[in-house]
Structure formats: structure tokens, C-alpha cells
Design a binder for this molecule. Structure first.
Ligand SMILES: *Cc1c(COP(=O)(O)O)cnc(C)c1O
Length: 377
């Protein structure tokens, strides 16, 4: 069986987790601080704050921006549901915008049309690791004075050319970027997330929000020579990462360049193997984007039935997944009555193919052959 994805974890991460366990400090402590330093250096962000997962990061991002009831937040529906759930957590209203015709990211032109006096933020997703048009979105956010939050859940290791220079996703070019370290992403800590920002005031809020609003973290109290009594300044959450996860994450960060290089080589190879399939639409990388290829998503020809093709692949021992979901078609958001034909079409016509760093070329050949046969029959 060829799986859809497979995390690459080895002795390096196991040893680091063991050391964290034996250190006597297992929740948010020195390893979390070191993971944050490593991550901020990697993406070039002045501040990085580690949390329990990316859903928590997105929730905290909107909280830190004081988004609440009466506010509107623009987001794609064509994304994992966590992207928009965080808007509801804050009591604000998601305003769905359709995707670009030939990709899977939010369409900046339609974002401009959706802005109202109530709009407080845009959530821009780098879907499946493919950078979205940040230059256009950052310009809209500046011009209208609304915040830009990057849902970079899948985009650790992706790059974008901004003002003529290549830079990692996460600097960030919006106000805040949120990352996930779920096993389905390119690097993993089991569960985990990270917020990056250039704004020290936002970073300070993140640190309060992730730890119950506590004025002095336990790490500081633990090392103090004088008794310190903490205050609880706001209603915060427990969104802490453990030191065990952070230790694993540091091992994963060390592997990231190699993982991305391998994924890019495999994605390019898929491009060649599948180039001649009549009517199959391959993902396109804009010349200002370098994807980490968290997922490889192809759009099926009109004649093909999505479920039938997926079953035929499964019968040949090849896992696949349907295209990215649309939140507006799920019960919590269905009543909004959004019309998003391009998003719906992408969900209904696309499938994700197996892609992971350890994938052999012969396994990749098998996937391509299975897809060709399925489309022919
Ligand atoms: C995976 C994912 C999330 C959620 O990440 P978790 O770490 O699992 O909470 C959010 N947004 C997008 C686009 C994702 O792909």
C-alpha cells in the first residue's frame, strides 16, 4: 500500500524526546524556548511563539487582534475547517471568498470586493504549501487598514519572492503567520503550532493568551531568587506546547531543507510522469512561489468520476484523498448560503496523490501508472 503521506522521524527525534523526558522539565520550558529561537531564525521572523496546534494559533491570532462579535473576517471556504472555525470561536462572522480559477488559493481580486466597513482581517491560506498572492493581499490590507493573518499551516519551508527577493513564508508579510506541526504537514511534533510576527506587542499578547493570561511564566518563577507572585491579566487559554514536542520539532527543523528538496524533486517528477494525461490539470507554481509541496493536487478530466478514480487507485494499493474541503458545505456554515463555484469545483474535481520524502521513484511510477489506467478505463 502506498500511503498518502508519511512523516519522516528518526533516531535524532527519538533521542531528543528521550533527553527532554529525562531532563525533568516536560511542559513549556527550555526546549520550547529553543524551538522558538530555531524557528524564528529559519523563517527570519523577529518573534516566534510555540503553541499546542495551529488551530490554537489561529484562535490566538484573532484574539490578539481583538476580533470579536460584530466583526467580519474574510477567508477562503476552500480550506481545512480550522481556518474558519477560529473566526467563530471569536464570535465574529466569516465572509467566504472564492479561489483563483487555476489554483487553490484565495483570489485577491474577490477579496477586494468583499471588504466592508466591518471587515477587520483577512485570513490568507497558503493552501497545500503553495504560497498565495501575498503581495496583492498585503497591499489590500495596508490600503484598507485591516489585519492580514497567514494560515501557513502547511507552508513551513515554502518560499515567496517578495520585492524581488526570495524569502521563507513566515517572516511574516501579514501581521501574523500560523504554522502547524501535525503529522500530515511537512514537519511534525505529533501535534504543535507556531505563531510568528514582527510586532513585539503581538508576541507579548500571544505569550499571555497561551498560558492563562499569566503575568510571569512558571519558567521565570522557577529560576527566581526572590518570591514572585503572578497575576492573571486577561482570560487566556492553555495552548502550551510540551518540551518533548519541541525537542522533536528541533530535530525536524534540522531536516526541513532536505525534506523540501526531496518533495520538490518528487513534485517535478510527477509533473513529467503525468504531463501527457489528456485533460488532467497539474498544479502550477507561479514564478514568484516555491512550494514545499505539502500535497500534490491534480484536477481530473471532466469525463472522470472522482470517487470511481479514487476507488480504482485504492484497488491498486494507492491511497488518495479528495480535493480540499469547502467549509460552506458543512453543517456549521451551510446556512450562510455562500456561492463559491470555483471552490466547489476544486473540491469535487481534484484528488491528492501520495507524496512523502521517503517515497521511492518506483512507487511514484506505480502511482502514475495506476492513475493512467484508472483514467483510461
Ligand atoms: C492542518 C491545517 C490547520 C490545522 O492545523 P492543526 O495543527 O491540526 O490544528 C489549519 N489550517 C490549514 C490550512 C491546515 O491545513
Amino acid at each position: 500500500m502506498i500511503p498518502i503521506a508519511l512523516p519522516l522521524l528518526g533516531a535524532q527525534e527519538a533521542e531528543a524526546a528521550r533527553a527532554a523526558v529525562l531532563s525533568g522539565w516536560v511542559s513549556q520550558g527550555p526546549e520550547v524556548a529553543a524551538f522558538e529561537r530555531d524557528f524564528s531564525a529559519l523563517v527570519g521572523a523577529p518573534h516566534a511563539c510555540a503553541v499546542s496546534n495551529c488551530t490554537a494559533a489561529l484562535h490566538m491570532a484573532l484574539k490578539a487582534l481583538d476580533i470579536g462579535p460584530g466583526d467580519e473576517v474574510i477567508a477562503p471556504s476552500h480550506s481545512f475547517i480550522a481556518t474558519v472555525n477560529c473566526i467563530r470561536y471569536c464570535g465574529a462572522k466569516p465572509v467566504f471568498v472564492d479561489i483563483e480559477p487555476d489554483g487553490y488559493n484565495i483570489d485577491p481580486a474577490r477579496v477586494g470586493e468583499a471588504i466592508t466597513p466591518r471587515t477587520r482581517a483577512i485570513i490568507a491560506v497558503h493552501q497545500m504549501g503553495m504560497p498565495c498572492d501575498l503581495a496583492a493581499l498585503a497591499e489590500l490590507s495596508r490600503r484598507h487598514g485591516i489585519a492580514l493573518v497567514e494560515d501557513a499551516a502547511c507552508a513551513a519551508g515554502s518560499q515567496i519572492r517578495f520585492d524581488g527577493t526570495w524569502e521563507p513564508i513566515g517572516r511574516p508579510r501579514g501581521d501574523i503567520a500560523c504554522f502547524s506541526f501535525h503529522p500530515r504537514k511537512v514537519i511534525t511534533t505529533g501535534e504543535g503550532g507556531m505563531l510568528t510576527t514582527r510586532d513585539p506587542a503581538l508576541d507579548e499578547k500571544f505569550r499571555l493568551l497561551r498560558q492563562h493570561g499569566m503575568s510571569v511564566p512558571d519558567t521565570v518563577r522557577h529560576g527566581a531568587k526572590q518570591v514572585i507572585i503572578e497575576d492573571y491579566l486577561i482570560v487566556g487559554y492553555n495552548y502550551r506546547m510540551t518540551d518533548i514536542q519541541a525537542a522533536i520539532g528541533r530535530g525536524q527543523l534540522a531536516r526541513l531543507p532536505e525534506l523540501v528538496a526531496r518533495r520538490r524533486a518528487l513534485a517535478a517528477r510527477y509533473g513529467k510522469l503525468l504531463a501527457d494525461l489528456d485533460g488532467l490539470h497539474l498544479p502550477r507554481e507561479p514564478d514568484w512561489a516555491r512550494s514545499n509541496w505539502q500535497s500534490f493536487c491534480v484536477r481530473l478530466p471532466d469525463r472522470a468520476d472522482q470517487r470511481d478514480i479514487m476507488q480504482k487507485l485504492l484497488d491498486r494499493g494507492v491511497a488518495s484523498r479528495r480535493g480540499i474541503m469547502c467549509a460552506h458545505r458543512e453543517a456549521p456554515y451551510a446556512q450562510d448560503g455562500a456561492r463559491l463555484p470555483l471552490s466547489e469545483r476544486a473540491q469535487d474535481r481534484a484528488i491528492l496523490l501520495p507524496l512523502y520524502a521517503q517515497m521511492s521513484e518506483s512507487d511514484q511510477d506505480r502511482v502514475a501508472e495506476a492513475l493512467m489506467d484508472a483514467l483510461r478505463s
